[in-house]
Design a protein around this ligand. Sequence first.
Ligand code: NAP
Length: 237
Amino acid sequence: MSKVCAVFGGSRGIGKAVSQLLAKKGHRVIVVARNLEAAQSTATSLGEDHLALSCDVSKEHDVQETFEKIQSSCGNINYLVNAAGLNRDGLLLRTKTEDMVTLLHTNLLGAMLTCKSALRGMLHNQGGAIVNIGSVVGLKGNAGQSVYSASKAGLEGFTRSLAKEVAARNIRVNLVAPGFIHTDMTAGMNVEELSRNIPLGRFGEPQEVAQAVLFLLESPYVTGQVLVVDGGLQLAM
Ligand code: NAP
């Protein structure tokens, strides 16, 4: 049966690949990002009956308004994917407090706010599925990414705890932890050098992460899990 799916960070990169896969499966997709034009362009490319909305996930008011719009045009959502995220890499000593706050508010608080809003409809529907996008850096840590790592590690704890909180209501919550994936976020990186540390010898593609997201959304007996999609990078970290 066709599902109503909200993909935060759905305009580009991993979120866009998730939006494309969900649309291909016949689901109705709401593509959400700050840049409305980019979200619209992605939603249009998915075909008819999909929606684009502008929202900054770090702002509670924005998130609430977005869910009101979703509710009035599509009703309760069945699937929520939190792929909105930022990185501001740098050594802790050189990181400004405002950058720490922006990172935590976007990567961690943002997912908490969207989950909170989505749960109301899911409780009403007596079921639903949520996938948050973490990172192997949240599991293993990385020099120069302490704040990013903290935001993603926080997301892991949040995912497991929320999974326990809502399991009895038939709502599942899981985390996908990607390694290096070809997107705007990794565009400036030295692919050749970094690929040497990846057992599979290459960066991943957004579509390869989307497959894992779809698996977790559709698997009725899986909740509170972390699925690592990293070409084996974690084994070498
Ligand atoms: P990306 O290509 O830079 O896309 C990021 C998406 O998030 C865009 O749609 C962006 O749209 C949206 N976004 C950013 N800040 C937002 C905000 N405050 N409110 C709403 N939307 C926002 O990044 P990506 O590589 O696909 O990353 C997606 C997720 O995967 C992130 O959480 C990232 O940390 C995680 N991840 C990525 C990699 C990787 O190697 N690429 C590895 C591990 C984990 P706007 O800019 O228009 O808002």
